[in-house]
Design a protein around this ligand. Structure first.
Ligand SMILES: Cc1cc2nc3c(=O)[nH]c(=O)nc-3n(C[C@H](O)[C@H](O)[C@H](O)COP(=O)(O)O)c2cc1C
Length: 180
């Protein structure tokens, strides 16, 4: 089994999404001994914005297609995913490879993959909050590719030290439940 581990936070070792995505990889790795882990740090090595020419380079798509499980650290920046992560998604959503249009509508072609997303958000967001565009974007995006993503959450990270600790603890507890 191949695990693709993606991080996007600009906060280095202070990052909640990095701590949780690492914990997810550690836990599922233990459960599936012998896994190969490919790591891509989109903050340290950003992908350029998509261009037509960039479609000719399928290396990011090939890395995604070769993975069985994809673990993504997804911080909320300005109510959405970091543009670094969006640039990655722009390379994996490719017609004929990860989705196709049929007479009856779009069809996802990547349904054999497991996607687990560690979401970290500065505040607290109910599911129907109009400002929430992290899960509200990633869920339908991966659904479009045929995948039902799983989410773990660290919320209130920017509210204060206590809320940060509580948010992190909640995220790590959700990882334990997910791995169980
Ligand atoms: C550039 C930037 C933009 C942010 N925008 C938001 C935001 O719109 N809403 C929010 O709740 N938190 C926002 N935050 C707070 C982060 O979501 C929060 O600190 C989260 O923990 C970041 O993930 P990380 O700890 O993995 O870096 C922002 C943080 C940064 C650095």
């Amino acid at each position: 089994m191949t695990i693709l581990h993606i991080d996007a936070s600009i906060n280095g070792e202070n990052s909640a999404s990095r701590a949780i995505s690492r914990s997810i990889v550690d836990r599922i790795r233990t459960a599936q001994w012998g896994d190969q882990v490919i790591y891509r740090d989109l903050a340290r090595e950003p992908l350029p914005h998509l261009t037509l020419e960039a479609f000719a380079d399928s290396s990011v798509l090939d890395e995604f297609l070769a993975a069985d499980t994809i673990v993504i650290g997804a911080p909320m920046y300005n109510f959405s995913v970091p543009s670094q992560l969006k640039a990655w998604i722009d390379r994996i959503a490719v017609a004929g490879k990860t989705f196709r249009y049929t007479e009856t509508g779009p069809e996802g072609l990547a349904g054999d993959k497991r996607v687990i997303v560690a979401v970290s958000r500065g505040g607290f967001y109910e599911a129907d909050n109009a400002f929430e565009h992290v899960k509200a974007y990633l869920k339908p995006m991966f659904n479009f590719l045929g995948i039902e993503p799983e989410f773990v959450h660290a919320d209130g990270v920017a509210v204060g030290p206590e809320q940060r600790e509580a948010g992190l603890a909640n995220g790590l507890a959700e990882v334990e439940r997910l791995a169980a």
